[in-house]
Write a protein that binds this ligand. Structure first.
Ligand code: HH2
Length: 287
């Protein structure tokens, strides 16, 4: 996988990807699919973020705009109002690396100015000005695959070869980022589970996640409480998809993911501890 563990400098806060690390989700939104409205004030979101850190999150992902299928666009000034005060307070009162989940260059700049140290862009820096903003900001970036737009991406998504097509897209985004002056050591990729994929697509991507290892950058997996987990387990209520989400993220970790983007940090941290305890044991010799 990697000769030496990738180390991400997140605005002076280091994230060492020597093993699967947990990214705790903090959505400061009224309408996120699984926790919308639960933490949509700065104080509530800050308290939730502290809880996630206490549960063992290695990094926090702050989101001010839902990307769920059919989500409404959020004006930049509203997104800034939601995320900047929270990032400022987290940067002041905690030592955790902070990621900003946005595709707007203006929000990227303001968030890094406020103390964020990673850009998580579900559009893979394809929006106007995003590549230049990310290059100038000099922090790690997550490049994710999405088919189409959140508004319509789940309307009968089709692929001839989902893994091959997502792999090609991510290879192109890595190339574009490097051409814009973004050092490959700052890049993380993400197949974008649920972003223009049905359950069959998501399962193939998860089963073959190791194929993304040849792109030479860490892989992030985000399946937390998503519809695919619900369809497999029969759990219609997102909050009831914790166990299925943990199972999916363990599979992702076993198949090379080094960042797991989750709502349920404590459960994921415990599962990883058990997995790592077994992985530390003498393993059967190969054939
Ligand atoms: N890199 C990355 N970022 C993401 N951001 C949002 C969501 C959607 O999940 P959530 O934040 O729980 O919901 P919402 O977008 O409704 O706030 N999923 C991903 C993902 O899979 N990967």
């Amino acid at each position: 996988m990697f000769q030496t563990a990738p180390v991400l400098d997140c605005n002076g806060r280091e994230l060492v990807l020597d093993r699967p690390r947990v990214m705790g989700i903090v959505n400061v939104t009224p309408d996120s699919f699984s926790d919308g409205g639960a933490h949509d004030t700065t104080d509530a979101a800050f308290d939730h973020a502290l809880r996630l850190l206490e549960e063992g999150a290695d990094i926090l992902d702050i989101g001010g705009e839902s990307t769920r299928p059919g989500a409404d666009d959020v004006p930049e000034e509203e997104e800034l109002r939601r995320v900047v005060p929270l990032i400022q307070r987290l940067a002041r009162e905690t030592s955790a690396p902070i990621s900003i989940d946005t595709f707007k260059p203006g929000v990227m700049r303001a968030a890094v100015e406020a103390g964020a140290g990673m850009l998580n862009d579900v559009y893979g820096l394809r929006r106007e000005g995003a590549l230049d903003a990310a290059a100038a900001l000099g922090v790690p970036v997550v490049l994710m695959h999405m088919l189409g737009e959140p508004r319509s991406m789940q309307d009968a998504p089709h692929y001839d070869d989902v893994v091959g097509e997502v792999h090609r897209f991510l290879a192109e985004r890595i190339f574009a980022a490097e051409m814009a002056g973004i050092d490959k050591k700052r890049i993380v990729i993400d197949p974008g589970f649920g972003f223009g994929k049905d359950t069959a697509h998501n399962l193939v991507l998860l089963a073959q996640l190791e194929r993304f290892g040849d792109l030479g950058v860490p892989v992030l997996a985000g399946l937390s409480r998503k519809r695919t987990i619900g369809q497999i387990t029969g759990r219609d209520v997102p909050r009831e998809r914790v166990h299925g989400s943990v199972a999916a993220h363990l599979v992702a970790a076993q198949r090379g993911a080094r960042l797991l983007r989750v709502h349920d940090v404590a459960a994921t941290v415990d599962a990883l501890k058990v997995w790592e305890a077994v992985a530390a044991q003498p393993q059967p010799r190969g054939p």
